[in-house]
Design a protein around this ligand. Structure first.
Ligand code: IYR
Length: 223
């Protein structure tokens, strides 16, 4: 047994039988499979405390050398949301108007996406997720981070799952490039925008794309 101050006993672990594990996995899947990306939101507010819980869940993600290389910037302010929408739509107009290769636009066609992004103002909250390429110590010396993309990707997945579990719907939005978010949100240069997560309650009678999920033999192999 390891005995030094770097380690503590595993807390709160609950052992389940194989049957219980199966039943819990099924229950989780039956909740998670209902998650759908939604593009139209009601303006109904969401409690800040709910968002804090979801961000705490995301912040419990594993990360390279436990550097926790993320920052979550939650925005409900109407003025900021408007600024973000204007800047994102500027990039998206270029994307749809010639920057994106035709092949890419062709696969997006069935989702009917376009440069208009009203959800950036309609949804009660946006969380801008930043990837911290490095940290700075009190003397301004760089602290290297490892596997930042992987770590922030895992945390983002956990945030989406937490919001879904709380009864909210999300949209993962990635205007490209998104450097404008550093200016609008006054974030430092060691933080790189990773994802805009739009979320709230869905607009009434919202429609979603008619898509299928790949079955297990297509996405997994057991050896
Ligand atoms: N960022 C654009 C384009 C876009 C790209 C992918 I890949 C999508 O799955 C959906 C949209 C937009 O948000 O419209």
């Amino acid at each position: 047994m390891i005995q030094n101050e770097n380690f503590i006993p595993l807390k709160g672990y609950q052992k389940f039988s194989n049957e219980e594990c199966f039943s819990k996995s099924e229950k989780f899947f039956n909740t998670v499979k209902l998650r759908r990306t939604v593009r139209e939101f009601s303006s109904e507010p969401v409690l800040k405390e709910t968002i804090e819980n979801c961000i705490k869940s995301a912040g419990s993600a594993p990360s390279g050398a436990n550097m926790q290389p993320w920052h979550f910037c939650a925005v409900s302010d109407l003025g900021l949301k408007k600024k973000i929408r204007i800047a994102a739509e500027k990039e998206e107009k270029e994307f749809y108007g010639g920057k994106a290769p035709q092949e890419w636009l062709d696969v997006l066609q069935k989702f009917e996406t376009n440069p208009e992004k009203p959800f950036l103002e309609d949804a009660p909250w946006l969380i801008m997720i930043f990837e911290k390429k490095y940290d700075l110590d009190i003397d301004g010396k760089k602290i290297k981070h490892y596997y930042t993309k992987e770590s922030v990707g895992i945390a983002s997945g956990m945030l989406i799952t937490a919001l879904h579990f709380s009864g909210l719907v999300t949209l993962t939005h990635t205007p490209s490039p998104m450097n404008f978010l550093n200016d609008i949100l006054d974030r430092p240069s060691n933080e790189k925008p990773f994802l805009v997560l739009v979320f709230g309650y869905p607009k009434e009678n919202v429609m979603v794309p008619n898509i299928k999920r790949k079955p297990i033999p297509e996405i997994a192999s057991f050896m």
